[in-house]
Each structure stands twice: as C-alpha cells, then as structure tokens.
Design a protein around this ligand. Structure first.
Ligand code: 8YV
Length: 323
C-alpha cells in the first residue's frame, strides 16, 4: 500500500500527479485547525507537504505516524524543530531554488524606494505630470551607495553580487561568522551590527527568524541609522520591531522602508505602514515568480519522495533524526 500524505498547498498538475505515483494524497487548502477531514487525514499521514501554517507539538500530536515534513520554502520558522526531533520527524526545505529571485526582489525594493517609483507613478496616473518635473519628484541614487547586508547566506551573497558588480556599491555585512568568499569576490567588509547600521545607506535584512534575530532591529538600532538611510526587509517580519519602525518612518529618523515581510501576514489593513508615503509594502512576493515557485514545489515534491521512499540525501534541516 502507498504511504498516505497530506498536501496543504495547491500544486501544478504534473507535480500533484508525481506525488500520486508514490503516495495516497489527501489534499487541503492550508492547515486550518478546525478542519475535521484534515484531522482525520493526519491520523494516517506519513508525510506532509505544503507551505505556511504552524507545525508545533500540538499539531504533531494529531499526526502520530508522520515521518517527514517537506516545506515549499527556505524558511522554516513556522516549524517547531525540537518537537519534530523528539518525534523523529525529518524536516526538508528548498534552500537553493529561490536565491536569485529573492535577491532580485531586494534589488527591486532598493530601486523602488530610492527612486520613489511607486509614488511618482501614482502621481502620473493622477494626472499630476503637467510639465517639466521639479525636485519634488526626485529620488536618490542607488549606485555607488553603501549597502549593509544583515545575513550572508545564499540570498545575501546573490544580493552582494548584484550590488557590487551591477551598481558599484561598497558592501558591508554582518553574519554569524566571517564569509571569506564574500570578502574576496565582492570586497565585502565584515562589521558589527551597530557599525553597519551607522555607515550604510541601504540596510537589507536577509536573515531567517530565530530566537537570536527576533527584534534584532529595534528602536535603538533604527536611531543608529542615517536619517537618509533606507531599510529593506526580505527576510522575516519579526526581525524588525515594527512599532519602532513605524515611529522611525513617521518621525524622519529613517528615510524609507521597502518591506516584503511583516510581523503579521497578511498585513492588517489598519497598519500605519499602509498610509506612509515612504513605505513600499509588498505581499511577501520574494520568491513569487512562476519559474521559481514551480522549482520550489518540484524540489519539495522530490524531497518528500526521497524522504519516504529512499534515502533523503539533501535539503534536510534535521538529518540527525535519521541516525
Ligand atoms: C515563500 C519564503 O513566500 O521560502 C521562504 O522562506 O518566505 C517564500 O519563498 C513562502 O514560504 C511560500 O511558499
């Protein structure tokens, strides 16, 4: 008999069919806690595949036969990894498929904020372009400005490459450890967080959400940035204290912010971020291109097949459960 799995995100037809070749697939739209059909399917499920949702100990209690969870994302802060470890459940993710697309999103946000693309495009649509434009339409340069990157993983590296070679930007970075390749290839300079914040014209967060990165950027750190600086967050919302960020943007402590991620997603319609002209808010589209979302889904499908039918040899977050 084929192992039973729970799929909680709609997949392209060919990838869904691929899962069905190997598994009995119970498909749902998300992991709503009050869905009785989902609860029933979880009782038998040996595998789990999808993205979003909270997979904690209470959730895992409902899935006593679970052996592997495959997330269609690089980030896995929505999983309680200690609880997975305790139950011997392997977690797999998609660390490599989205690197370039997310780095492109960061670059797009830098350009959009600095050149005020959204604001001025709206003014054109509103019929305000009546003659030669004055300095109230001007933005600031991106090229040759200093970029501070928080986190120098794959996405940080891809961003540094774009900024260094494409835009002649000096690169500062902070990460858990020094990154000799970033220093060699992009002339990136390691700084502590405070020095990076004080010196950079653009600060881009590419960090995952962990206990150590939660609210890493708070009131004090924002005050430490140049008033002409622009903050970009394409990592995870809670790395920034959003209330402090709103204050800094309102008071002019910070020039602008380009945000793809938020403390609460979807961003509530009452958020002051939505009324600030110096904020560009995106709906978590970092990896959202047809090509990349397809490769992420394909990778997650392969990850689950390898985990449940063979030997998973890549993309494992907690390989120690296999020993
Ligand atoms: C996706 C992401 O938005 O991979 C991640 O960690 O944040 C994004 O690529 C998300 O996980 C939906 O698939």
């Amino acid at each position: 008999m084929k192992p039973s799995i729970v799929l909680y995100k709609k997949l392209p037809a060919d990838l869904h069919a691929r899962l069905e070749q190997h598994f009995t697939v119970h498909a749902f739209d998300g992991l709503a806690p009050d869905n009785d059909a989902l609860k029933q399917a979880l009782q038998q499920a040996e595998g789990l595949i999808g993205s979003g949702g909270k997979v904690d100990d209470a959730f895992l209690r409902q899935a006593p036969r679970l052996r592997a969870a495959s997330t269609i994302s690089v980030g896995y802060d929505n999983f309680d990894v200690a609880a997975l470890n305790q139950r011997g459940v392997l977690l797999l993710h998609t660390p490599t498929e989205l690197t370039d697309t997310v780095a492109d999103t960061a670059m797009a946000l830098m350009l959009t904020c600095a050149r005020r693309i959204v604001e001025v495009a709206e003014r054109v649509k509103a019929g305000e372009w009546q003659g030669s434009i004055g300095s109230d339409w001007f933005g600031s340069d991106v090229h040759h400005k200093t970029l501070g990157i928080l986190g120098m993983g794959r996405i940080g590296m891809a961003l540094a490459q774009r900024a260094h070679f494409g835009f002649n930007m000096p690169i500062l970075y902070n990460a858990r450890r020094h990154h000799p390749q970033a220093e060699e290839r992009f002339n990136a300079r390691y700084c502590d967080v405070d020095a990076l914040l004080a010196e950079a014209d653009f600060v881009c967060i590419t960090l995952p959400l962990t206990e150590q990165t939660h609210h890493l950027i708070g009131r004090q750190q924002l005050a430490n940035m140049k008033s002409s600086a622009i903050l970009i967050n394409i990592g995870r919302g809670p790395v920034v204290d959003e209330a402090a960020l709103i204050e800094a943007l309102q008071s002019g402590t910070l020039k602008a912010a380009g945000l793809d991620v938020f403390e609460q997603e979807p961003l509530p319609s009452s958020s002051p971020l939505l009324t600030l002209p110096n904020v560009v808010a995106l709906p978590h589209i970092g990896s959202a291109t047809h090509e990349t979302r397809y490769s992420m889904a394909a990778c997650a499908v392969d990850n689950l097949i390898a985990a449940l039918t063979g030997k998973p040899d890549r993309n494992c977050v907690n390989p120690q459960v296999l020993k």
